[in-house]
Write a protein that binds this ligand. Structure first.
Ligand SMILES: Cc1ncc(COP(=O)(O)O)c(C=O)c1O
Length: 470
């Protein structure tokens, strides 16, 4: 191999492995020739070769830079910036409009007595504070209320894995936990691996932090494709893996223990940090919860994020992070980002969790959502066109509908919205628009109410019309 070819190959390897990142300057001709003990002409020749391959580009009076649009080596999934735009925010806004039939945003039923109990406690505490004599107000700084962390630790230890209060940080919901974890582990430009389809809130968080994603397809009923994950880890400098393996949104599957063990083994040699979104994890339909990945974590690289949003109320904004070895970074970021979570809601949540009330509530919740799944599944079998297939969730209250290729979930979403029905278009669940022929339905309040049944039948008709256009 000629000298310039050796230089070319070294630089090519550095660019393809992201040691030299897009937009980064290459060394000047003189410094590289000195560093490698080759002539300037050899370096010029190597740079010309890399330029011809599109890997680097010259900038007048500045030298050479790694191209932004570098051709990527062939892999089934490759990193890309996330650009989902404002559709998700519109959907969340539309969902908060109480006039709509709520088959869209992943919000829980609010009619359980436990939620009312939580708000009564909150109101009692607020009244107490109104009459409080103390002169000065205090933050409840990170990691958060001792009593709440102690009750959460007890609950987690009884249901999932051994956990101490001092291992927990209180957050403003799962979304903040995920955002803090990503910021603690990765920097703008880094690559995060996610499963596909993926909850759009997660993708948008990655977008907002200037990170890139590699989307790895999910195998229905199993979880992330582990062969492909293995390949991606060999080819890309992945900073973290972000997964929603327990009662997945949108597919509703649970990753079984054998698959979880394989996942941990594949990621072990890289000591890859895993951010586990467990927000629906306690809503599986079996009597005991399925263990989270965190239960298999022996060296603190799994960061578990969860909240009361799906089990009690989205509005309470109390979540928790069990950050393993990233505790200090996440605790500090929580402090500099929001100073503290509301002490009032933390105290009420802690009081609510006394005497296993939360565990009892969860049992009731699971039974109810299971019954609602039976109801909507029966109605979908009766009314949906035969060409539509839908996921059978193992918990929670979401089902993913796959329509024939060429159908347009965005159009069906707009039509349904104009008729007062909220659904979620599948296109939001990927950066590549590959699920445009899918939609997601929320059945949390699907309790046999005739209006909601009519709404489902209307969605079935809209889908049928869309299929008719093909
Ligand atoms: C999978 C998933 N993760 C995270 C969130 C955000 O949850 P939180 O309200 O706890 O911030 C949601 C909300 O819909 C979700 O579906």
């Amino acid at each position: 191999m000629k000298r310039y070819e050796q230089v070319t190959e070294t630089l090519r390897a550095q660019i393809e492995s992201y040691q030299l990142r897009p937009g980064e300057p290459l060394p000047s001709l003189r410094s590289l020739s000195e560093q490698l003990a080759v002539s300037k002409n050899t370096v010029i020749h190597a740079y010309q070769q890399l330029e011809a391959e599109g890997l680097i580009e010259p900038r007048p009076r500045q030298g050479f830079f790694v191209s932004h649009g570098q051709p990527l080596p062939e892999v089934s999934a490759s990193p890309r910036p996330v650009q989902l735009g404002a559709l998700a925010l519109n959907i969340i806004r539309a969902a908060s409009c109480s006039d709509l039939h709520p088959l869209g945003s992943a919000d829980p039923d609010t009619r359980f007595p436990a939620r009312a109990q939580l708000y009564k406690t909150l109101a009692k505490n607020a009244r107490h504070r109104a009459h409080q004599q103390s002169k000065i107000s205090h933050y409840q700084p990170p990691p958060g209320s001792d009593l709440l962390r102690s009750r959460l630790a007890h609950h987690i230890s009884e249901s999932a894995f051994a956990c101490k209060p001092q291992e927990i940080i209180i957050s403003n919901g799962t979304q903040e936990g995920i955002s803090l974890s990503l910021r603690a582990i990765a920097s703008p430009g880094d690559i995060i691996a996610v499963e596909s389809p993926s909850f759009y809130g997660t993708l948008q968080c990655i977008e907002a932090l200037g990170l890139k994603v590699v989307e790895i397809p999910t195998i229905p009923g199993e979880g992330i494709n582990l062969c492909l994950l293995d390949k991606v880890l060999k080819e890309w400098p992945i900073k973290a893996l972000l997964l929603n393996p327990n009662v997945n949104n949108p597919l509703g599957f649970q990753m079984h223990v054998g698959q979880q063990e394989k996942l941990m083994a594949i990621t072990e040699p890289y000591q890859l940090p895993i951010i586990e979104d467990d927000v629906f994890g306690e809503l599986n339909y079996q009597s005991h919860r399925h263990p989270p990945l965190k239960a298999l974590d022996t060296n603190g690289r799994v960061v578990l994020c969860s909240s009361f949003s799906k089990s009690l109320d989205t509005d309470i904004r109390i979540g928790w992070v069990v950050p393993g070895k990233f505790y200090e970074e996440i605790n500090y970021l929580k402090y500099v980002t929001t100073l503290a979570s509301s002490g009032l809601t933390q105290d009420a949540s802690a009081e609510f969790m006394a005497e296993r009330r939360f565990a009892r509530h969860l049992r009731r919740l699971k039974r109810t959502y299971r019954q609602r799944w039976d109801l909507i599944a029966e109605d979908m079998c009766r009314h949906m066109p035969r060409e539509v297939s839908f996921s059978h969730p193992e918990g929670g209250y979401l089902s993913w509908l796959e329509l024939p290729a060429g159908c347009d979930g965005d159009r069906i979403y707009q039509q349904a919205l104009s008729e007062g029905i909220a659904i979620t278009p599948g296109s939001l669940f990927s950066t590549r628009g590959e699920y445009r022929h899918c939609i997601r339905l929320n059945f949390s309040v699907y309790d046999g109410n005739p209006d909601l049944r009519r709404a489902l039948i209307r969605v079935s008709e809209l889908i049928r019309q869309d299929i008719g256009r093909l």
